[in-house]
Ligand binder design. Sequence first.
Ligand code: 6PG
Length: 468
Amino acid sequence: MTQRDIGLIGLGTMGAMLALNIAEKGFGVAVYNRTRQRTREFMAQAGDLATRLTPADSLADLVAALARPRKIILMVPAGEIVDQQIEALRALLDSGDLIIDAGNANFRDTQRRASALGAGFMGIGVSGGAEGARHGPSIMGGGTRAAWDSVAPILTAIAAKYRGTPCATWMGEAGAGHFVKTAHNGIEYADMQLIAESYGVMRDGLGLESTAIGAVFTRWNTGPLQSYLTEITGEIGATLDPASGAPILDVILDRAGQKGTGRWTAVEAQHLGAPIPVIEAAVAARNLSALLPQRRAGQHSFGAAPQRLPDGALTLSDLHAALIAGKILCYAQGFALLHSASGSFGWSLDQPAIARVWRAGCIIRSAMLNDMAQALGDDPARNLMLAPYFTDLLRQHSPALRKVVSVALAHGLPVPALSAALTYFDMMRTALSSANMIQAQRDFFGAHGFERRDRDGTGHHGPWVPGA
Ligand code: 6PG
């Protein structure tokens, strides 16, 4: 029997697409799924690529079909199922074989599995949805460098290409790849939320119809906002519901789902003390969207906010500029989080390489990421706000962000991510904040000490007389 180059477990949509992508690039793939029926269906749909695929009815058959050292990709739901698969495989594998978890794992699980399995385990982040998996995802690798090198020929062949450069990069040891993927998803949540808020202002504030809003986003899909998310927003706006003939947006319930990766980003940022308020606002907005009955009760009690803006209060060009500024600030936070994580977890995350790997294939791919790669290349530790190219863009567009947020808030239009971006911008340009009050309070009730502006050293105290 032909020995296949790689094995893949889990023929759900993503796994199936990834297997076909690998086969199409000329590699032999042995595939296994928990249910044989699914494996049969997959093989029947594989067309000409079936000659490079070996269906396995058991894990033992899968392992037997692989060339040594064996490499096996797991594309199964994150969590316990990954641990179960690893346990079942370990009994069949030899040292030197490699298990690659390509699902959306929590990086802490990946760290734990890597410390148990050593060089025999990798966690890789794969972004791009089903289409990306089939024709070129963005791949963020984590594990030992040697493990990465052993699968890099396959992973770079199947990855998306940005002007010929594969979007597949080794990020660092153990959970580094899955951490970068989690940060990607946090940014994904925030970028989507910023777009959704702009849509909301157009719909409720300016009274535009869905199809007209779609056309606006299609126009905006050039220049700084050119991105996959802007592009699909335009297409979504133009799409009609086959059942009712109405714009599809008008029949979709406003209750957002989530598998939790955005939440992980917010949780990890809190652990690290890294401020990512735009991403946190986006996670909170999804949680709030889920409270539909309570929102309905709220509207019943308080009445809906007026929302419709007076003529001329905001223009589409204000919204365009505000979205550019919001997006820069959101990405600045995402990259600052990665910088902070890199130091804390002992990785050496290559910031420009992360921006480069996100330029094609993934959900947040955009023109701006190429400019970010350049800016981070000049100084990876600097907040993107302070990179001259983005400083100029923010100088140009932040006044519109302020105008959009203040007009929207004054009229009851919720814009949590845009306002979080504005507040972050203002706090990050304020040399004298109000935190001296926090320090005074901490010292007053807990003798925690403070630094003084006029003297060196820590541990100064106020002349407090508690209870006086
Ligand atoms: C990607 C996406 C993907 C994610 C979905 C849904 O990079 O391809 O991030 O991994 O699972 O976008 O995520 P939520 O259900 O959390 O919205």
